[in-house]
Design a protein around this ligand. Sequence first.
Ligand code: SF4
Length: 305
Amino acid sequence: MKLRNGPHGVHLFDRDTGINVLLDEIRPDRNAWSKAPRQVSIALLNLCDLHCGYCYAPKHKACLTPAQVLAWLQELDQAGCLGVGFGGGEPTLHPQFADICQQAAANTQMAITFTTHGHRLSQGLLDQLQGAVHFVRVSVDGVDATYERLRGRKFTALRQNLDRLSARIRLGINVVVNQHTVAELDQLAAMAADVGARELLLLPQQPTASVAGLDATSCQQLQDWVSSYDGPVRLAVSEAGADGLPTCDPLPDERGLQAYAHIDATGRLRASSYGTAAVAIEHTGVMHALARLRTISTIQREATT
Ligand code: SF4
């Protein structure tokens, strides 16, 4: 198991099973806390072959190299980071995607995960990813006609790919909750159980330049649905949009850049993919960029209080 020190104790994590154990009887000294965020996400590239209307991924051309990604992950791994989530754009479009996952798994102790639209999960790609990837998140916004309208791809094709994936790698389902999908949460939860998903991650729609955030009526519908949910698949919700939902945070003092950071496809470190402050990761490495981003975030926070 991988070990991480933090304000709540010693955190043990097994990437093969996803099991987390917190030894809160041991409280490491602050100087001994792990310096890296608990999780990082990395946008390997901005390119995607779908055109979802609510997409917030940047559209300019950008792509990271395997050497860059591996160097950052080795640094983060040594500084106590537990897992990386590759995204994009669509990460499976990266020409060296499988190689990046294999190298990351072989050269770090981190959990290797990625988020995908699920339409490129061929047997050949899964052959390369099995054993190197520990969890896959598939974005499924609505079912049947709703899905096909929002994503522009056949729902039946997606279902086949989910079954194929489920036989090889643990998976979760991500749902952007908006006025179109909120009424289909029962069907989505049933489908998640049917394909053997370990988690149903609810992502209440956030406002972007092209779409509004979740409206008040849909927000209430979501809260009612969560309150009455008794399905077998574990529910999770994004931090942005969790207000009003019954959540449990086992590590409430491990927040901000202690908990999470994002690297965009141009190699800039941010507090999240929405974060406005960004620091370019230079030859001095990702932990150096993290220290600079922490300083900027502190200055910004103090300026607004
Ligand atoms: S699949 Fe994801 S990255 Fe691609 S267009 Fe849709 S929301 Fe954007």
